[in-house]
Design a protein around this ligand. Sequence first.
Ligand SMILES: O=P(O)(O)OC[C@H]1O[C@](O)(CO)[C@@H](O)[C@@H]1O
Length: 692
Amino acid sequence: MQENLEIQEKEVYELKICTERRGAGPISECIQPTTHGCEKVGKEMLDQTATNSGTRKLTALHHQPTQDQQEPEREMNADFGAPKDLAGGLQQRRSLYQPTLPPCLQGATVKVEYGDATTTIDPTCANVVAQAFPRTYGQPLVSFVAPPPDAVDKDRAPIRVGVVFSGRQSPGGHNVIWGLHDALKAYNPHSVLYGFVGGTEGLFANKTIEITDDVLASYKNQGGFDLLGRSIDQIRSTKQVNAAMTTCNNLNLDGLVIIGGVTSNSDAAQLAEALVQNNCKTKVVGVPVSLNGDLKNQFVETTVGFDTVCKVNSQLVSNVCLDAISAGKYYYFVRLMGRKASHVAFECALQSHPNMLILAEEVALSKLTLMEVINKICDGVQARAELGKFHGVLLIPEGLIESIPEMYALLQEINILHNNNVPVAEMPSQLSPWAAALFQFLPPFIRRELLLHQESDNSAQLSQIDTEQLLAHLVEAEMIKRTKEGRYKGRKFSSVCHFFGYQARGSVPSNFDCDYAYALGRISLHMIAAGLTGYMATVANLKDPVDKWRCAAAPLTAMMSVKRHLRGPGAIPIGKPAIHPSPIDLKGKAYELLREKASSFLLDDFYRTPGGIQYEGPGCNAKPITLTIENQDYMGDIEILKDCLSKVRTMVKPGCSREVLKAAISSMLSVTDVLTVMSHPLNAELPLYHFN
Ligand SMILES: O=P(O)(O)OC[C@H]1O[C@](O)(CO)[C@@H](O)[C@@H]1O
């Protein structure tokens, strides 16, 4: 115990310095205790960053479409599936990491339990979905448990499966293939797994490599999708569906596993329906992999890759926070990925505590105009200037631009012009007078970006629209105006803009993403073996340790809804049923926590340094804060608190300072628990734990 006390005191000393430097805020938030192990991992991570680019065998598939070229010709990269040089260090160590498996997946088979028949998450759409999916609608929920010890091991025929990366790159994607492969071989060593080379285009053209132990060796727990590559992320048109069906028939596939987000899984549902209707035996399984974290519903808690992407971006955000406070002269405007929902920006804000976060969901709900958003930011800048602070960090999601009503209307008009094949040069003159006026008001660089050709799902290319620069530009103009009018008397406003977009997508996945993806891959095989089609592989209880995870499969149609014209009882569903991105729950616990902290974040420079992803040692099993908080059971928390209190009493002397007490408490709780405690409704009854 004495030894423990010494460690605590040393930490408190470091934390005090940190507290003085950064102002208020939970001490534990300011520093992560360093151990010998952490230093070692940290150094090797840097080495890996330095060598990564030199060791990649792939040339990037991404090709920036020009204004009048929607889908450029793609060259198939001959190196897909080739072993890659792991260059030692972290990459090599990661390739040796063996994902932890939930108990039910540890054997070659599982017991399949069928639950209730499903409808849809939005019962008002049930009829529309049922009509669109006559063969696959209403299937039951399925869960997988370990087979009883006395289960008779029946003969298992070999299974033939194909796998395709359909969505955008997301850390952990390779582990889905690895998990699928291992489960397939454990099921029957003569089973075969084909990987479609070059994404959905490879599926249509039947371009495959056989996935073997040797092929997988250098892709285990590695970032990117470069084992197979990806292309247009679509299996939608009749031609595409027929091409996919022909491939399934030609390869005599028992199953096809489609890896991707909301769009890919909606397409998977359509394909499953088409295959059943055409008596094709191939079972279609979707796996939720998307960095955006927006494939979330009562069946899916989070997507593979979200955790890693948030961790990488949180580190970058916290780095610019410390840069900002050090020089005290710039406002950093940071845009993060997230087209239809702001989950990445939200999680990064909870991790790094920047001064401001503008969520697309909030703007859409309050119908804020562009100038209202600008004024909100300027008010924040002004409030900080009154405290003598001329720096700050603002986070926005890439979807913010579309959530501003007048910008959305302008983008819609441009979209229609694209659909009518109007040449880009003629578009400005064909806008409605109202939209043309807004278009002319915008700076030229934004005008050019707004006119870029749409994505394959017909939406604007939000990753290419520099919304952070637009905001910085307009905020600067407004601050100059306020200065001239005598409303602002502070130092000249200066900004630096960043898009932390593509940097994180290829990151080495976190332990959580490695384990989650590998488990989903294994579940996919059991789904095919059970003859399920039109289902998504799912895992529940993700906030808990892996041995508590529950493995299941949910019908894709159960996650579908239909977009509607009007709100309320007279609403008319329109469009095709699809799995839609889930926005941030503005009534959820995580959002409530953020709102409580908003004014402190704005004014106190309550920056937090989560550091780089840890693969070993303390913090290596950290989970996304939003996932943990939203799924937290409050009564469970209070038990954690009580347990913590009894341990802390043995660590600190009676009458110790508040700082020493806080540090001791923080050492007992994970960062996530600390955040949960802060938002706990029973917090008031335990004033000792009041971290505010
Ligand atoms: O790689 P691309 O085609 O530029 O795609 C970018 C888009 O993909 C995502 O990273 C993931 O959906 C979006 O956030 C982003 O808008």
